[in-house]
Structure formats: C-alpha cells, structure tokens
Design a protein around this ligand. Sequence first.
Ligand code: C5P
Length: 226
Amino acid sequence: MHLLIPAAGSGKRMGANCNKLLLQVRSKPLIAWTLLAAEAASSISWIGIVSQPPDWDDFKSIIADLKLKKTIALISGGATRQESVYNGLQALPTNAEQVLIHDGARCLVTPNLFDACSDVILHCSGLIAAVPVKDTIKVVDENGIIKGTPERKQLWAAQTPQGFDVNLLKHCHAEGIRQGWEVTDDAALFEKCGLEVRIVPGEETNLKITTPQDLAIAEFILSHRK
Ligand code: C5P
C-alpha cells in the first residue's frame, strides 16, 4: 500500500515558529512517531512525505536517524492541505491503485489502524477512520446564535488514515480545483463528487496535534505505551 503523509503545515495554531511536526515529543520529533507507526504497519510499502522544501534537511536527518527500511519520497507541499495532497497524488508511483492519506500531525496512530484501513480499501473506493462524537454538536451562526443541533448518533469525528482508489481521488481533486471547492479532508471531495465513503473504526487516541495542550496529551499517551 502507498501512503501519503501531508506534513507541510506552518504550525500557526501551535504558536510555533517552525513546522509543528518538528517539535519534540518524548525526545523525538513529532513526525518521527508517525513515521515509526507507518514503518511498523506491514501493509505499507511506500511512504511519500509532503513537506515544504526548506524543511527537507530536517526530514532527511529524521528519516536517517530512524533507519527506516521502507521506500520514502519527499514531495513539495502546497499552500493548503488540499494542495499538498494534490501534489502527493501527482508524485505517486504509476503502479499505485489505492492510497492511504494520513496527516503527519496524527502521530499517535497505531500500525494496526494503518493495516485495517489497507485491508478495507481493497474492497471499496473510499474510506476514513472515524470515531463517534461524544459531545453534543451545535451549528452556530456568525452572531454566536445556535441554528441547530444535529442528532448526535449520526455524527462521527473524521480522522486519518483516509483511503481511496487513486484514479477516483485524482478525479475528485481535479474537480475540486475546477469548482473552487475548499475542503479540510479528502473524503469531502469524494462526497461532493457523489462517491461513497465508508467509515472504519478509528482510535480515540488518534488525536491531531494542533495546540500546545495536544502536545502534552501526546507526551502522556506515548509515555504509557509499551
Ligand atoms: O493544520 P492541520 O493540523 O489541520 O493540518 C493537517 C495536516 O496537513 C498536518 O499534518 C499538516 O502538516 C498538513 N498540511 C500540509 N500542507 C499544508 C497545511 C497542512 O501538508 N499547506
């Protein structure tokens, strides 16, 4: 299975003056934990890291330190996650029929979740890892007034990995550019194109590290792993 890791963000919400994926968690750069999980997932054979060229020296030295055995490619990131994934799709080897996409910032992912997604994507054309929402979610307008309360049992929090048929996802990204759609995950492009996306049970600990509080939680969770 081919895996693309969007890792080209700026870390603005982290308040960091560098790519947040280079910040240390448990004495390793955050991205190192994501890469170790991908390396340990038996289904993954090729890893494309989409990142900004000024960060490449850092990424290269992290890859060398981890002594990763899988084939790794560095791909230039875009201005948004959507553009970064688009660039990643163009750089996939021509024999790639399915692809998993996993945010570098979800460094608590387990190898099992990668392998579960790799299995399922062989039998469908689109999937995402997701967990049922625990909070009651409100739709709120620009004045801070609640406009609705969607039924909680229908709500799932989207995670990555997300998996897709490569040709279909390329088509959806091209359509997204044509239509000017701005989305925060790839499943949204699939949905907008009328294609089916399946849920795979995600992991409660598979957090996206966004704020300094998330970094502290990641430290805690990793310190309790064997
Ligand atoms: O900013 P956020 O954490 O939501 O980004 C999700 C993922 O997308 C992160 O792993 C981040 O590095 C990546 N990203 C990217 N290119 C961008 C912005 C974000 O690859 N231009």
